[in-house]
Design a binder for this molecule. Structure first.
Ligand code: IVH
Length: 720
């Protein structure tokens, strides 16, 4: 995307030689600002809603920076729906979140748990409508997103209000927070010149993606805050924040699923309504399907039980709705719920096991975390042996004791946690857990800071902290050093071969091949020459990850993956970053005073500065131009970083659904076949794309193979 004129480059059109606006400058600038807003909205929509970006992040950032500059130079250009106005000021006590009435009650849904109950629902609907058993009712089936319900109000296309569900009659005004969610358009932009309704209320679900939840949980644990139990609580809790900056940093997402009050606009069916929402720029879930009868509904629900595990958000079931709006109206509501819709809830997956012991782990910042050691138990694809208990308060709240029989689930389908204790089965032999008075790694003093739930080891040089730092440094999202697990790290530390991350780069195969350590299977084994060589090669390879990964791996407080990327992109190299002032740092999007201070403090610390120097001296690439590694480089995800082209029709998926499945797994979808295409997914009656793919020798997969690829990811979750 090239700029179409010379604005923002200094001395361009609309300015005279002194840099003052010329007579027409104001108008031209206003025009350019409007044009930029449109462009940014368009690219937001392509990126967030439609999942098919057309420009690079850098090009997008340039458009954004230009608009920001224009608005800074002339604040009269700022309009409330400008993309620069998503994140507003923190609410203060006096204008704290207000409760306001909904236009119509936000009801709930009745739940069902079996095929039989679904058939009963169908029978009830027929009876109510006076339909015979021969007459068909069409249903729309959607994923039920496990998030927080919200209502959005648009007046003449402009977002004017956003409410939580509250008690259904009144919700809390959280407009300031909903504005920060990129899936929520600040202004509706109908496609193809369709009219914007005078008034439109839509309802939907705000959720926290699993990966984001995982990141937040780590951060909360590290910072000694009480962690959220699951992504739903995290989304709901985040929406109640007073500071929109915090909300923006947590990257919530939203799907619209229900019409509220609307003027003018009429849709014939629920699925048409969803299409209509998409064409206004609102985000709707690709997992929606028209089912000709209740039998098809039941089949769909069974089929989606597999798909839902691989989504990047939690779902707790499916929602089944009578598709026809006239029928919906005729069916109406009970006091609690619509008669035309029902939720089918999947069984929550839980496993029963016993807590053998509770150990205490030292984190990167010295926070002590109690971890339950469990009798191994299989749950949703992995064997679980550990579950973080987060902190003492959590243990007390759930009354967890050593020796207890407990139920385990996976928060966000990933993180094992203790759901509840089977107190009826206590024998009296269970023991209460006490946090140690001294750090289990170094024997040092422990403190509990004011307002924190966590205890910390205060020893800056605690070997437990170093261990956690090395583990983090080597982890998949940082330097991605394969084969370097916790047991091996412990051995290397106890042998005195490893103290901090930079020591990794001076390890020699000769010195480590004879090390013995306990493998995942609890058997003692020698590393051996072959594995030692492999490990050294993996460490060597990690040198080329590039600046963003190095910055993330260094564990600078407040600098996670995203901020590391932004810093790397802005400064290009470690030297430039180290020379940057607070002011320079704060010019980077989403970097404020706190983060800037943290970066400066980090480099001013002689220990940290020496670590960075040693990494550089070892040959670790400190430039941002290094090729980023594929999103998931462990080979088990056949979609990661791959480019797909779809042709023909699939029998089990719409094109949107197939594309969503590919994207959710880190793949990309493009429209035409080229030498850069990795796979062509061919359905029935494929077009010329298939011929081209054959000519270029590109791998062609059919629907069955595609499903196999999807299946490969099943259960491939990590146990921590
Ligand atoms: S339709 C009258 N569709 O589930 C309410 N709800 O348990 C009609 N939910 O309050 C809601 N995904 O917040 C509908 N695709 C979906 C949904 C969905 C999640 C939530 C919604 C509702 C709750 C009921």
């Amino acid at each position: 995307m090239k700029r179409t004129d010379g604005y923002g480059t200094g001395g361009g059109m609309g300015y005279n030689a002194d840099g003052k606006p010329t007579a027409d400058g104001g108008d031209a600038r206003a025009k350019r600002a409007e044009e930029l807003r449109r462009l940014i909205e368009r690219h937001d929509r392509l990126y967030y809603i439609e999942n098919r970006p057309e420009i690079s992040d850098r090009e997008y950032d340039e458009l954004y920076a230009e608009l920001k500059r224009l608005e800074e130079e002339d604040p009269s250009l700022i309009v409330p729906d400008s993309p620069t106005q998503r994140v507003g000021a923190k609410l203060s006590g006096k204008d704290a979140v207000r409760s306001e009435p909904h236009r119509s009650p936000m009801l709930s849904l009745d739940n069902t748990y079996s095929e039989g109950e679904l058939r009963e629902f169908d029978a009830r609907v027929r009876r109510f409508l006076g339909l015979g058993s021969g007459e068909k009712i069409e249903y729309a089936v959607e994923m039920k997103i496990d998030g927080a319900a919200v209502s959005l109000w648009y007046e003449r296309g402009l977002l004017v209000k956003g409410l939580t569900r509250g008690d259904g009659e009144n919700g809390e005004n959280i407009t300031h927070n909903l504005r920060t969610i990129r899936d929520v358009p600040l202004r509706l932009r109908p496609e193809g010149g369709a009219a914007v309704p005078e008034f439109l209320e839509v309802r939907g679900e705000v959720y926290m993606p699993r990966a984001e939840f995982e990141r937040l949980l780590c951060k909360q644990e590290e910072e000694g805050e009480a962690p959220f139990a699951n992504p739903r609580n995290a989304a709901a809790g985040t929406l109640k924040q007073l500071d929109p900056k915090i909300v923006a940093s947590r990257r919530l997402r939203m799907f619209v699923h229900t019409p509220g009050e609307r003027s003018g606009a009429r849709w014939r069916t629920h699925l048409e309504f969803l299409e209509g929402m998409a064409s206004l720029g609102l985000r709707v879930n690709p997992h929606r399907r028209l089912c000709k009868d209740i039998g098809k509904v039941i089949e769909t629900i069974a089929e989606w039980d597999d798909i839902r595990r691989s989504l990047d958000y939690d779902t707790d079931g499916c929602v089944v709705k009578v598709n026809d709006f006239q029928m919906q109206e005729a069916l109406g509501f009970t006091a609690k719920a619509p008669r035309f819709a029902i939720a089918y809830k999947y069984k929550a997956e839980e496993a029963r096991t016993r807590i053998i012991a509770i150990d205490v782990q030292v984190g990167k910042t010295g926070v002590l975390t109690p971890v339950a050691r469990l009798e191994p138990v299989f749950l949703a694809g992995t064997t679980i042996e550990n579950a973080s208990l987060h902190n003492e308060d959590e243990i007390r709240r759930k009354d967890i004791r050593i020796g207890d029989i407990v139920y385990i689930s996976k928060a966000g389908e990933i993180i094992p946690q203790v759901v509840r204790v089977e107190k009826g089965e206590r024998t009296g032999a269970e023991r209460e857990f006490r946090m140690p008075d001294r750090c289990p790694a170094c024997g040092g003093r422990i403190e509990r800071r004011e307002g924190e739930v966590a205890r910390r080891c205060v020893n800056q040089r605690c070997p437990g902290r170093y261990r956690a730092r090395i583990l983090y440094f080597a982890s998949r999202h940082c330097m991605d050093i394969q084969g370097l697990g916790p047991a091996l790290i412990d051995r290397l530390i106890s042998e005195g071969l490893l103290r901090d991350p930079a020591d990794l780069y001076s390890l020699k195969a000769d010195a480590i091949e004879s090390l013995e350590f306990e493998g995942e299977d609890k058997l003692k084994r020698r590393l051996g020459r072959k594995n030692a060589d492999k490990l050294i090669a993996a460490i060597e390879e990690s040198k080329s990850r590039g600046l963003a990964r190095v910055l993330a791996a260094l564990n600078i407080p407040h600098v996670g993956e995203r901020k590391a990327e932004l810093l790397a992109e802005r400064f290009g190299g470690m030297d430039a970053l180290r020379k940057a002032s607070a002011e320079d740092l704060m010019k980077v999007e989403s970097i404020g005073e706190v983060v800037a201070r943290s970066v400066l403090d980090f480099f001013a610390d002689p220990g940290e500065a020496a670590l960075v120097d040693r990494l550089a001296a070892a040959g670790v690439c400190m430039r941002s131009s290094a090729k980023p590694a594929a999103p998931i480089a462990d080979g088990s995800n056949p979609f990661a970083g791959k480019t797909f082209v779809l042709t023909g029709t699939l029998s089990g998926y719409t094109r949107e659904q197939a594309e969503a499945l590919i994207r959710e797994r880190g793949g990309r979808c493009t429209g035409s076949v080229s030498s850069k295409t990795d796979f062509v997914l061919a359905g029935k009656e494929p077009g010329s794309k298939l011929d081209k793919a054959k000519k270029l020798g590109i791998r062609i997969v059919g629907e069955a193979e595609f499903e196999e690829m999807l299946g490969k990811r099943k259960g491939e979750t990590t146990d921590s």
